[in-house]
Design a protein around this ligand. Structure first.
Ligand code: URP
Ligand code: ZN
Ligand code: ZN
Length: 462
């Protein structure tokens, strides 16, 4: 039994002073404390915020990419997640061409099960949309995968045709699941990339020119229209541009079953990073790329007014020194992605709540409750209510610190937010009632994270 007392409880619907009482790994009561018989562990949260464990709906841990893998293992990646207050991730399992979706899920579960220290589920990335694989979707849903991902980008590798997208959207309506989309026009990206390289423009500085904003805006507009036409369930991930926010707002107004995510890197950093000379800019070679200040403002406004629903990290770390350097001769060979699984709650608190761009409750909704709903984990995850898993974060809203690779726990040799000073720090984390992060230490045993059976529940979106 556990009593976290005297804190400010923050949920997606309100903020109030009180206690959280936990029994058998679940929340027993919130607010008033019942009579607590027997031995009880007490945590004094005076002056602290108490919030639900955060949910990161967008991670790529130990992700194969050609001959390399993203650099976090399920142990190091999920441990870093816990240090950052994230108690559940939904990671991407990637289908190899010619391979069954169910086998892919099995393989990825095996890779995670002896290592993961936070709870986890998987989205399934479709790279081979043959009918025999799409026939597996009902069984995949039964196995707890309530969302697929597909790409309009990465021509020749992952890019799917409109035809296939329409088919997936129709299936999503029929069977009830979410289609996550990487919305960049792969032909536009490929065309710009070839042109830049042929002009000898090979450095990481040219990555954003190869991924022009028009490529995202075109893909977002097309996807929203196709979702509207088919009645499918669309989730646009890692949205970056002002025009995209507008298209999403218009689609939502028309009643399209549409959700959207952005990421801390697009809210906090700008394309000024690509002006850094030499190879340094490779640290921010991710797709879509970082954008302009006006895009940032539009994204924050979109989070505030509900156009954008969730903030995920798109955590996809590669070592700067031995992996990003694979693209020394050409930016198109730089492994795409950046680390961030540990930084999200604190960045959103500092740059969002701290500046008044979002409220405390919106912070919790964007990082905890809305992802739980969207990804079929609510109400067991993402909220502080009786009966929910006792995944709890104690957050110090006053603590100032500076983000640096040296004080983070991700297995990577740089931090995308290096040197940024923030106010607000994750201090204690509980997973299913067990204290896991305390005094800067993680006590979780490898493999103690649970695989979660997710279920698409459109009713929770209302
Ligand atoms: O550059 C990125 N975002 N890498 C991760 C894979 C993806 O497209 O989400
Ligand atoms: Zn993507
Ligand atoms: Zn991603």
């Amino acid at each position: 039994m556990l009593l976290i007392k005297n804190g400010t409880i923050v949920t997606s619907t309100g903020t109030f002073r009180g206690n959280v009482y936990v029994e058998n790994g679940r929340i027993h009561s919130v607010g008033e404390t019942p009579d607590c018989p027997g031995s009880i562990e007490t945590v004094d949260a005076a002056g602290k915020l108490i919030l639900p464990g955060a949910i990161d709906g967008h991670t790529h841990i130990d992700m194969p990419l050609g001959k390399i893998h993203s650099s976090d293992s399920y142990l190091t990646g999920t441990r870093a997640a816990l240090f950052g207050g994230t108690t559940t991730i939904v990671d991407y399992a990637n289908q190899n061409k010619g391979e069954s979706l169910l086998k892919t899920l099995d393989d990825w579960k095996k890779r995670a099960e002896n290592e993961a220290v936070c709870d986890y589920g998987f989205h399934m990335t479709i790279s081979d949309p043959e009918e025999r694989f799409l026939d597996e979707i009902p069984a995949l849903l039964d196995a707890g995968v309530s969302s697929l991902k597909c790409f309009f980008a990465y021509r020749g590798r992952l890019m799917i045709s409109d035809d296939t997208f329409i088919r997936l959207m129709e299936l999503s309506r029929k069977h009830g699941f979410l289609v996550n989309l990487h919305a960049e026009n792969g032909d536009m990206v490929e065309d710009a990339t070839r042109r830049l390289l042929s002009e000898g423009k090979t450095g990481p500085q040219f990555h954003p020119l190869a991924h022009p904003r028009e490529a995202e805006v075109e893909a977002v507009g097309r996807a929203v229209r196709l979702a509207e036409k088919t009645g499918g369930n669309l989730n646009l991930v890692h949205i970056t541009c002002e025009e995209s926010v507008k298209l999403i707002a218009e689609g939502k107004k028309r009643g399209v079953s549409l959700f959207a995510e952005t990421c801390p890197q697009y809210l906090v950093l700008t394309d000024a990073k690509y002006e850094i000379p030499g190879f340094e800019a490779a640290k921010w070679v991710l797709s879509p790329p970082l954008r302009k200040r006006h895009d940032q403002n539009a994204l924050w406004e979109g989070l505030y007014d509900g156009t954008l629903d969730t903030v995920g990290t798109d955590h996809c770390p590669f070592f700067f020194n031995k992996q990003k350097t694979l693209g020394k001769e050409g930016f198109d060979q730089i492994p795409n992605g950046a680390p961030g699984i540990e930084d999200r709650l604190e960045l959103l608190y500092h740059f969002g709540v701290g500046t008044g761009k979002i409220s405390l409750s919106q912070w919790v909704d964007l990082c905890c409750t809305a992802p739980a709903k969207r990804y079929g984990l609510f109400p067991e995850k993402g909220d502080l209510v009786p009966g929910a898993d006792a995944d709890i974060v104690v957050f110090n809203p006053e603590k100032q610190h500076t983000i640096s690779a040296g004080n983070r726990h991700m297995n990577v040799d740089y931090n995308a937010f290096e040197g940024i000073s923030v106010t607000g720090r994750v201090e204690q984390v509980f997973l299913r009632g067990t204290p896991i992060i305390r005094n800067g230490n993680c006590s979780a045993e490898p493999g103690s994270g649970n695989y979660l059976l997710r279920q698409y529940k459109p009713e929770t979106d209302k």
